[in-house]
Design a protein around this ligand. Structure first.
Ligand SMILES: NC(=O)c1ccc[n+]([C@@H]2O[C@H](COP(=O)([O-])OP(=O)(O)OC[C@H]3O[C@@H](n4cnc5c(N)ncnc54)[C@H](OP(=O)(O)O)[C@@H]3O)[C@@H](O)[C@H]2O)c1
Length: 179
């Protein structure tokens, strides 16, 4: 199973505002892409991101939620799987034989741990052409530098702003070579 990271960032690498778990932009095409990529697969998220979904799993996906403080509370929710570390979430995902990709879908803590520990082989990054002024950031790897210079950009697709997409954006897919 491939382990991937899926995120939308602004031009500064910002993904949102603390205390406000709504996305900072209205990008219908990005939402559509998120749904198409993740449906039928595994999604891994931190407790705060799960809270932002109203403590409801994303439908038609296996939802794995990571928490230390709230693990007992999460265990009572029969619609999700839960665990207390990112590594154990990934190994749980790998047991889901009918899925071929696990997506780490946020938030900031989980993304940054996955990047720092190099736990993903593919990064789906939507860069939204705005500066949202938030305070939650992803440390987007510099793919030109060590240890990421063995990565390649396999896709970059520009999407124009229109009535359903507030800002122009670029869909990138970065992949570790030989993965
Ligand atoms: N733009 C995007 O693509 C996108 C996507 C998702 C979220 N976001 C944004 O991300 C921001 C929220 O980020 P966040 O860091 O607060 O949320 P988060 O990563 O969803 O949740 C953090 C919580 O998850 C648990 N956790 C995380 N890593 C863990 C680990 N290794 N082991 C055990 N537990 C772990 C902890 O829960 P406990 O405290 O319960 O132990 C921690 O407090 C918001 O602004 C939101 O809008 C943006």
């Amino acid at each position: 199973m491939r382990v991937s990271l899926l995120a939308a960032v602004d031009l500064d690498g910002c993904i949102g505002k603390s205390g406000n778990h709504k996305l900072q932009w209205r990008q219908a095409e990005d939402m559509k892409r998120f749904k198409e990529l993740t449906t039928g697969q595994v999604v891994i998220m931190g407790y705060n991101t799960f809270a932002s979904l109203g403590f409801k799993p994303l439908p038609n996906r296996i939802n794995i939620v990571i928490s230390r403080k709230h693990i007992e509370e999460l265990r009572t929710n029969k619609e999700i799987l839960c665990t207390s570390s990112l590594e154990s979430a990934i190994s749980l995902a790998k047991d889901m034989y009918l899925c071929n990709e696990a997506f780490i879908i946020g938030g900031a803590l989980v993304y940054n741990e996955a990047i720092a520990k190099r736990l993903v082989k593919r990064i789906y990054l939507t860069v939204v052409m705005t500066q949202c002024g938030g305070d939650a950031f992803i440390h987007v790897p510099d793919f030109a530098k060590t240890p990421y210079n063995d990565w390649v950009t396999v896709k970059s697709e520009k999407v124009k702003a229109d009535e359903k997409n507030e800002f122009p954006m670029i869909f990138f897919v970065h992949e570790e070579r030989n993965n």
